[in-house]
Design a protein around this ligand. Structure first.
Ligand code: ADP
Ligand code: MG
Length: 466
């Protein structure tokens, strides 16, 4: 990343420098040239005014007068020639050419009647030369030649180049610093995230990424940490589940073991005692089977069991559950009713067996945990694309703090009583899994009578559509 930044910056800087220096030197040169032309034109005009070809000496003095005044304080060389290139005046003291022939391309062009300029390399550096014709009565009578050393211009450009270089280097340095900073801000958190990801793949969910850097990085870190939290919780749950399962299986096993040992140790047990012991053993085995069956159901649901969808009339399904439990309710003297609503029954698509088991579990619970003589009501209604199943009882209810926990695996409010009812603590866990598989929700609230209301909400999916 740093390399890319640097390359882009370098190219930009280079283009900028080349372009600016080009424009600048062009401006400086053309300004110099114009000034020199202006001076040459002044000399040409005054030469034209004092032109007196008959007396070279008078002419010389007159030319010297204007030219010296104009060129005083400059390093400009001024030469005036006639049309045969003989120098009439030269301001150069040392190599004075007066009287000699002075041939230069630019002067030739001036004598031809046009003004001309050129840049040539002299011993003391670049030199700019201009020449203009001297005219008298519309006729060219000579030429003015001015030459100026360009060292001042090249010096200026040199200085600008140098300062541009220094500026570019400084800028480059700053950019390098900034890109190192930026890449640190970006790559540092990434290195940290990688470390956490590695820890996760090793099965260590306790590592957390430091939240730092730009907002996007911080958000990514938060998401990663959140994922770790979730994984950690899941792992915790898994471990607990395994120990819960072992514990739940151990109790009936211990019971069976105890019964066996007692039988073995009993001396000459009579047939009735043996039968009683075997009966107790059979009950414990039933318990074990129940737990194992429910665990199997759960694990099927967990593995995203294949849904066996069919068109179902939920009202009829609930009524069927209620009917099948009427006998058990009657034994406890519980009034069990299915409250039919007058809205027309709808046929929705769901897994019949799974939802049947859900409703069954909830109604069985309501009967089991409601004292003798209580009431259990089941009803079905439809509300804006939701099928709502409610089971209400007037039993002891569930304290607020436990309302979520009752859906956890092996969770029982009152262990001994629940065990008496043959409860495994898995009924509601299975129910919740199955409801979730249908993209539905389940919750428990307080009933007005003091008991509890279990509410299952299933999205109504029209047959044929998902
Ligand atoms: N209608 C209810 N009224 C009071 N408590 C209930 C009711 N339904 C469930 N519970 C409580 O929730 C616990 C979990 O229920 P469940 O998962 O079906 O397990 P269990 O096998 O014990 O019935 C029960 O042990 C019971 O304490
Ligand atoms: Mg139950």
């Amino acid at each position: 990343m740093i390399t890319t930044y640097l390359a882009v910056t370098l190219i930009t800087l280079l283009l900028m420098a080349v372009y600016n220096i080009g424009i600048l030197s062009e401006n400086l040169y053309s300004e110099k040239t114009m000034k020199l032309y202006a001076k040459a034109n002044i000399i040409s005009q005054s030469a034209s005014a004092v032109w007196d070809a008959n007396d070279d000496r008078v002419m010389y003095l007159r030319l010297e007068d204007t030219t010296d005044r104009l060129l005083a304080g400059t390093s400009i060389r001024g030469v005036v020639t006639n049309t045969s290139y003989t120098v009439l005046y030269d301001n150069h003291r040392a190599a004075n050419m007066t009287g000699k022939v002075f041939m230069r391309d630019v002067i030739k062009r001036a004598i031809d009647g046009e003004q001309a300029d050129t840049v040539f390399e002299a011993d003391n550096g670049s030199t700019l030369a201009v020449a203009v014709p001297i005219e008298f009565n519309g006729e060219v009578i000579g030429g003015v030649y001015l030459a100026e050393n360009l060292s001042s211009v090249t010096d200026t450009i040199g200085t600008i180049k140098a300062s541009l270089l220094v500026f570019s280097l400084l800028l480059l340095f700053v950019i390098v610093l900034i890109s190192i900073g930026i890449s640190y801000i970006i790559t540092h958190p990434i290195a940290e995230f990688t470390e956490v990801a590695r820890a996760i793949s090793r099965g260590d969910f306790t590592k957390r990424a430091k939240i730092s850097g730009v907002r996007e990085m911080a958000e990514m870190g938060q998401a990663l940490n959140f994922m770790c939290d979730e994984l950690n919780a899941l792992e915790e749950k898994r471990k607990n589940f395994v120990s819960d399962v072992s514990h739940e299986l151990k109790t009936p096993m211990a019971g069976i073991k105890l019964l066996c040992d007692s039988l073995v140790q009993a001396e000459n047990p009579d047939m009735d005692t043996i039968r009683e012991f075997l009966n107790d053993m059979s009950e414990e085995i039933d318990r074990l089977t129940r737990i194992i069956n429910r665990l199997l159901t759960l694990s099927r649901l967990d593995s995203g069991a294949d849904m066996n969808l069919s068109k179902v009339d939920v009202s009829a399904l609930c009524e069927g559950v209620v009917e099948s439990l009427r006998k058990i309710a009657h034994e406890k003297d519980i009034e069990l009713v299915y409250e039919s609503s007058d809205i027309e029954a709808r046929i929705i698509e769901l897994d019949y067996d799974k939802i049947y088991e859900c409703v069954y579990n909830i109604v069985v619970n309501a009967i089991n945990y409601t004292p003798d003589g209580g009431h259990v009501k089941t009803r079905v209604k439809y509300e804006s694309e939701l099928c709502i199943i409610e089971v209400e009882d007037d039993g002891p209810g569930i304290p607020d703090g436990e309302k979520l926990k009752v859906f956890d695996r092996f969770y029982r409010l009152d262990d001994s009583r629940a065990r008496d009812t043959g409860g495994t603590g898995l009924g509601l866990a299975i129910t919740k899994e199955a409801v979730l598989l249908h993209n539905g929700t389940i919750e428990v609230t307080d009933a007005q009578t003091g008991g509890s209301v279990f509410t299952m909400k299933l999205p109504v999916t029209e047959p044929g559509k998902e």
